[in-house]
Design a protein around this ligand. Structure first.
Ligand SMILES: Nc1ncnc2c1ncn2[C@@H]1O[C@H](COP(=O)(O)OP(=O)(O)OP(=O)(O)O)[C@@H](O)[C@H]1O
Ligand SMILES: [Mg+2]
Length: 423
């Protein structure tokens, strides 16, 4: 296997590059923990490879121990690279300690100093994605990352999360946009918001953006859209937040076939770790198909009877459409509106038979200010408890441990993928 032969010839390396093709590694976050400054330099030099042009990479000191200390109180990135100078017998145990503080979806590449086949086998069996023997070239490191995240026919790296309101105006869009902000700030993961409400969408307004292009250009391009075009149509709204906005025009009508958004969603998943779909409150073939196929569905409802009836109908239908996929989730919004009678959150969630991810209070002044300023709640009121709710929803729909966001580790943590395979 290539990583066990650091003395690869130049032509072998060139061939490896060509076989990886021009595929770019998606917009993932990589954090490397090195023990030697030469290794840090080597990893840093990898960023100059064209395949790494979208990647956010940082290097740190401290090897495995440094990583363990960091992730006790910080969320983990898409990929961790650790250098270790430990002996082969010590490495698996040290990595187990790292696994305890890592999220399940995080991948791990180990840079080691010993060329040891049994060690390699044990690490791969325990779920480590790759073991690269030092000294290595930056090309070898990039190829290892490419194999993991940009392999031909590999699973897409992005998680799709669809937000839909049980009733018009319940707040699906507001929740979607603020949850994306929570994910961007807490996880520092790149997300893409698709504003699928082409005639009336608010993602542009809420993020104070008025880009000339957006989602309609992509979907109306008649299958001609490719990754480069999609990249050009996106606008950057904030750090880690990208938008494909709605054109918000009534000059034409928007009627789509059932699968018309499919290609764009798949393409988005190939480049963005998190894809947030802001789905309008309507019921047609493409909305039903989208809700049937995204990774996570979040139904946003206000605590009244019409919302309850619609949320129940939606939840039952979505469960029937995707019996083997994750169940739809519920977020209650505008709780505690003065003088309005309401159904309690426990009763609502029990009737709808969905997991309640959060209940967001009604706050006319705060949400009104945010909407009129084109700002997120966290920008208007950084210390509001509502931000914690959005962040917690973000953690749950991206499969993260909620406790990580709060800065403490939990004994109930799921095993990360790089240990899970051991069973
Ligand atoms: N918790 C809240 N407290 C007060 N106002 C809120 C709250 N959440 C959302 N709003 C306001 O409610 C209005 C409707 O929100 P939003 O546009 O997110 O709803 P929607 O369900 O996506 O609507 P549509 O059905 O048009 O897609 C907005 O003006 C928003 O600012
Ligand atoms: Mg909306």
């Amino acid at each position: 296997m290539s990583f066990l032969s650091p003395e690869k010839t130049k032509s072998e390396e060139a061939a490896a590059e060509i076989s990886a093709g021009a595929r770019l590694i998606p917009r993932i976050t990589i954090q490397a923990f090195c023990e030697h400054s030469q290794t840090a330099q080597l990893v840093e030099s990898a960023i100059h490879d064209r395949r790494m042009s979208k990647v956010a990479l940082t290097t740190h000191n401290g090897g495995i121990e440094g990583a363990v200390e960091t992730y006790k109180s910080n969320p983990t990135p898409n990929l961790i690279i650790v250098e270790t100078a430990l002996s082969p017998s010590e490495i698996p145990l040290a990595l187990e300690r790292l696994a305890e503080v890592c999220d399940a979806s995080t991948r791990l590449i180990v840079l080691g100093h010993v060329n040891d086949v049994p060690l390699y086998r044990e690490l791969i069996r325990s779920g480590v994605s790759e073991y690269v023997v030092l000294p290595a070239t930056s090309g070898q490191i990039v190829s290892a990352i490419t194999d993991l995240f940009a392999a031909e026919g590999g699973a897409p790296i992005g998680r799709t999360i669809g937000f839909v309101s049980a009733k018009g105006g319940a707040g699906g869009s507001t929740v979607a946009h603020n949850v994306a902000w929570g994910i961007a700030t807490a996880l520092r993961q790149d997300s893409l918001i698709l504003d699928m409400d082409l005639a009336f969408g608010t993602a542009g307004l809420n993020y104070n953006q008025d880009p000339p292009h957006g989602l309609a250009d992509a979907v109306l391009a008649n299958q001609k859209v490719d990754q480069t075009m999609l990249d050009r149509l996106m606008s950057k709204a904030a750090n880690h937040i990208n938008l494909l906005t709605a054109p918000v025009t009534l000059d034409r009508t928007f009627d789509f076939e059932e699968r018309e958004f499919e290609q764009i969603i798949e393409m988005s998943q190939n480049t963005m770790p998190v894809v947030v779909l802001d789905i309008p409150h309507a019921w047609n073939a493409w909305i039903r198909h989208t809700l049937a196929t995204v990774d996570e569905v979040v139904i946003v409802a206000e605590p009244d009877l019409a919302n309850l009836r619609n949320a129940k109908n939606l939840a039952d239908t979505i469960k029937a459409l995707r019996p083997t996929e994750t169940m739809p989730n519920l977020v209650l919004n505008k709780m505690g509106m003065p003088r309005r009678p309401e159904i309690s959150s426990a009763e609502f969630a029990a009737s709808v038979e969905c997991q309640l991810l959060g209940a967001i209070p009604f706050d006319a002044a705060l949400f009104g200010t945010a909407a009129n300023n084109g700002q997120m709640i966290a920008e208007v009121a950084a210390n509001s408890k509502i931000n914690d709710i959005y962040r917690a929803i973000g953690m749950q729909v991206t499969g993260r441990q909620v406790s990580h966001a709060g800065g403490k580790s939990s004994s109930l943590m799921k095993l990360p993928s790089f240990l899970k395979k051991r069973a």
